[in-house]
Design a protein around this ligand. Structure first.
Ligand code: AMP
Length: 560
């Protein structure tokens, strides 16, 4: 069996890995450390987080750096503040027995003055996010002249986040760079290009399959209408009483508004997104780590680099625009040998994207039924009863109360006590789920599919979709030009913003977004341009239906 000694590491580093309880090197450490210790090799490491890659580059760096030289010799660039801090805290542990070696983290959102002071203390290793590093270079607060080693960690993510120019600038401004070590979970063409342009004959190491998600992760999905996403999320949370996870949204606005709604409804959650101050982010992350918060509602950028062991679920409130982001999201769970679940809430038009992701992660996705109200109640009930049975009664002076309790409950049998306890705990909950609707999208019989307009009640041929039809008030209209402008009595007052409104009307009508032209939303009403061939289907699907107890009115717009 390979050992850390066998890889050529210094005794002081072995002492540190022993102290950390690392028994054997992980595969990437086994492959990378001897190569990196040779000092002049460029290397591309294709590995996901959780493989031990931080130690794979940090241990050799610590050995190669000259402690007597009090200037930056190694630069580690990574996408986020969280990852930056995480790398520094790991390095602090690895260098525990190496006095005179100093490492500093520089990242955006924190006081630059403090970081400049830290840099002046004579550090040898700088761990930085790209934006802040450029800022420091421009202020001449950091000198990259003497940098020998550059590590690009989570390079694909840095490119995803738009740091390509910054990365190239950094590589161009490290004239004494001897070695460049690039780590990435995936290998998109831009990374290949960067490696060709800035690296000399890099050795390539792959751990596991590239683009393959962790095998400890079970990928599941629920299919619902887009306007039922929030309700579905709530069902999922309620159905998993012990859940500890991250819900990913595409936008900051979504993260914030979902977090606010869930908080109002009594859930232990908070939002993590780029609009928060550093202090707020620290507070949220602290509470999440301590498990005071059960869930984080986060955007991709804000959650990047989070390494919290024990996350049971990652939930994609929406699938990411870029399928590769899926790997980064799902990688937050199933870490350190534990198993995890990555759940996605999708609507029917996203099955294509799901297939793409399935191919990418090379693991099957399982469709699950969105639990019904009764299922949720049963699950919560058993969870509560389990907690009741497990309650620790060894402390406290409960015995003294027993005679009093016996007297009080003399007339009430055990079954009734249990019922009363359950009623106290569940009353509100049972009421909420009493008439809960089925949120699943069910396959419809063929004759009702969107592409085959339903037959009339008298069995005659279907009404042609748009050329001429009647709305529910019996008015006939004919399409002119490419688009017909439709009026609908729904607007921002109904809680819609443009994207959610668009999703709602497309979901209701089972049409694709290509049929839509301009959308003009006002507080109470909206005007939508719809391809004339599809306008009939849209009106038939929405006009006369209910939205939050209000009757929807949709018809051809007049005079606008
Ligand atoms: P990383 O891929 O660098 O994010 O590392 C994932 C986790 O594995 C970290 O919490 C490390 O502390 C841990 N780790 C790294 N190397 C080893 C090892 N050889 N043995 C046990 N745990 C390790």
């Amino acid at each position: 069996m390979m050992t850390f000694e066998g890889l050529g590491l210094d005794a002081r580093l072995i002492q540190a890995t022993d102290a950390l309880g690392y028994k054997v090197p992980t595969p990437i450490q086994e492959q990378a450390i001897p190569v990196l210790l040779s000092g002049t090799k460029d290397l591309v490491g294709l590995a996901q987080t959780g493989t031990g890659k931080t130690a794979a580059f940090s241990l050799p760096l610590l050995q190669l750096i000259k402690a007597e030289n009090r200037f930056p010799q190694a630069l580690i660039v990574c996408p986020t503040r969280e990852l930056c801090m995480q790398i520094v805290s790991e390095i602090e542990l690895f260098k525990k027995f190496m006095p005179g070696l100093h490492v500093v983290a520089v990242y955006g959102g924190a006081s630059i003055g403090m970081q400049i002071r830290d840099l002046k203390r004579g550090v040898q290793i700088v761990v930085a996010t790209p934006g802040r590093l450029i800022d420091l270079i421009e202020r001449k607060a950091i000198n990259l002249e003497q940098i020998s080693y550059v590590v690009l960690d989570e390079a694909d993510e840095m490119l995803n986040m738009g740091f390509q120019d910054d990365i190239e600038f950094i590589l161009q401004n490290t004239p004494k760079r001897e070695s460049t070590w690039l780590f990435s979970a995936t290998m998109p063409p831009e990374i290949r290009r960067v490696s060709r342009k800035y690296m000399k004959d890099p050795m390539e190491i792959t751990v596991g399959k590239v683009n393959t998600a962790n095998r400890n992760i079970d990928h599941q999905f629920y299919m619902t209408a887009a306007h039922h996403r929030y309700e579905t999320l709530k069902r999922i949370i309620d159905f998993h009483p012990g859940i500890y996870g991250i819900v990913f949204t595409r936008t900051k606005v979504d993260a914030q508004s979902i977090a606010e709604k869930l908080t109002r409804e009594g859930y232990d959650i908070d939002a993590l997104h780029g609009d928060l101050t550093q202090q707020q982010r620290d507070k949220v992350m602290g509470e999440f780590r301590e498990k005071t918060l059960q869930l984080l509602i986060a955007t991709d950028v804000a959650a990047r680099g989070i390494d919290v062991v024990g996350i049971t679920h990652v939930i994609n409130y929406e699938l990411p625009d870029d399928v590769e982001i899926y790997t980064h999201r799902s990688g937050r769970t199933g870490r350190a040998g534990l198993t995890g679940i990555c759940l996605s809430i999708i609507h029917s038009r996203e099955t294509g994207k799901l297939k793409q992701i399935e191919r990418m992660v090379q693991a099957p996705f399982h469709r699950l039924e969105i639990p019904g109200g009764k299922d949720v109640c049963r699950k919560q009930f058993f969870h509560f009863m389990e907690k009741l049975l497990q309650a620790d009664i060894s402390h406290g002076d409960y015995a003294t109360y027993v005679p009093m309790l016996k007297e009080k409950f003399a007339e009430v049998d055990k079954e009734e006590v249990l019922k009363r306890v359950a009623a106290l705990e569940f009353d509100r909950f049972l009421k909420y789920y009493e008439n809960a609707e089925d949120l699943n999208i069910r396959e419809r019989p063929r004759e009702f599919r969107a592409d085959t307009p339903p037959r009339g009640r008298d069995g005659r041929e279907p009404v042609p979709a748009a050329r001429s039809f009647r709305d529910t008030r019996g008015r006939e209209f004919n399409g002119k030009g490419d688009y017909l402008k439709l009026f609908v009595n729904l607007g921002t007052k109904d809680g819609f913003y443009k994207a959610s409104f668009l999703q709602f009307i497309l979901d209701m009508s089972d049409l694709k977004k290509e049929v839509l032209g301009r959308i003009d939303m006002k507080e109470m009403n909206s005007w939508i341009e719809v391809d004339r061939k599809s306008a009939g289907q849209m009106i038939r699907s929405l006009d006369g239906k209910n939205y939050k107890g209000r009757r929807i009115r949709m018809n051809e717009a007049t005079g606008r």
